[in-house]
Design a protein around this ligand. Structure first.
Ligand code: C5P
Length: 228
């Protein structure tokens, strides 16, 4: 992939944790190794990795990166108040500005395959923006505030969107600038590109590309690692 210059931004600026321990969940260990280390290793094909970390955890993260020898981590920047601000801080790094394609990937998704990462990079170059998505398996209902069903939504028109999300640098930059100007806050970076009015291609995501959020996800992750 070296013919495309690429950076991946890993927003890890949150200090919250849903496993009940004091550490942010990206530092939780799976079979003795922190989740974020698995995640970083998947991106060996990218030229640069920029991590946005909560300031209290930068030193810890630096020592983990050193201990596990991950050569393409080029910077660890302080996270912002929101995920969006954390990504923006990383986007301002010089190495990112020089990249044709910028990927954004959740710190707690350690199983994105090399094939998925490469496909997202190529489609980001072709379409300007590309994200992985999966069609929901369950029937989806739209409800009222009182939890009464309004209607059934055709699930074939819906996608559960994952990361890595890929963008041409200029498009992502323009999207962030417009969002900042208009105080627009999205739950992922592709929402900002939608807001900019640019087309986003959806590629088929991976069922194993889970976002580790609950204790059950952690059990599943250790099962995935032990079956490799
Ligand atoms: O809370 P949630 O799981 O949606 O957070 C998604 C990601 O955004 C996490 O990796 C978290 O560390 C990151 N984040 C961030 N800066 C913040 C808040 C969250 O980078 N201020």
């Amino acid at each position: 992939m070296s013919f495309i210059t690429s950076s991946v931004i890993i927003p890890a600026g949150g200090s919250g944790n849903r496993f009940g321990s004091k550490m942010p969940k990206q530092f939780t260990e799976l079979v003795g190794i922190p989740i974020i280390i698995y995640t970083l290793k998947q991106f060996w094909i990218c030229d640069n990795i920029i991590i946005a970390s909560h300031p209290d955890w930068i030193e810890h993260l630096q020592s983990l990166v050193y201990e596990h020898s991950i050569p393409n981590v080029k910077a660890i920047v302080p996270g912002g108040k929101t995920r969006q601000e954390s990504v923006y801080n990383a986007l301002n790094q010089d190495v990112v500005k020089d990249s044709e394609v910028v990927l954004i990937h959740d710190a707690v998704r350690p199983f994105a395959s090399k094939e998925l990462i490469q496909s997202i990079m190529l489609s980001a170059l072709e379409y300007g923006a590309a994200v992985p998505g999966l069609t929901p398996k369950d029937t989806i209902k739209q409800i009222t505030k009182e939890y009464i069903i309004n209607q059934t939504v055709d699930r074939n028109t819906l996608q559960m969107v994952q990361t890595p999300q890929g963008f041409r640098y200029k498009i992502l930059r323009d999207a962030f600038e417009k969002a900042i100007e208009n105080n627009f806050e999205g739950t992922d970076s592709s929402s900002l590109v939608e807001y900019l009015g640019h087309t986003i291609k959806v590629l088929e995501g991976e069922e194993s590309n889970i976002k580790i959020t609950t204790p059950l996800d952690k059990i599943l992750s250790e099962f995935i690692i032990n079956s490799k």
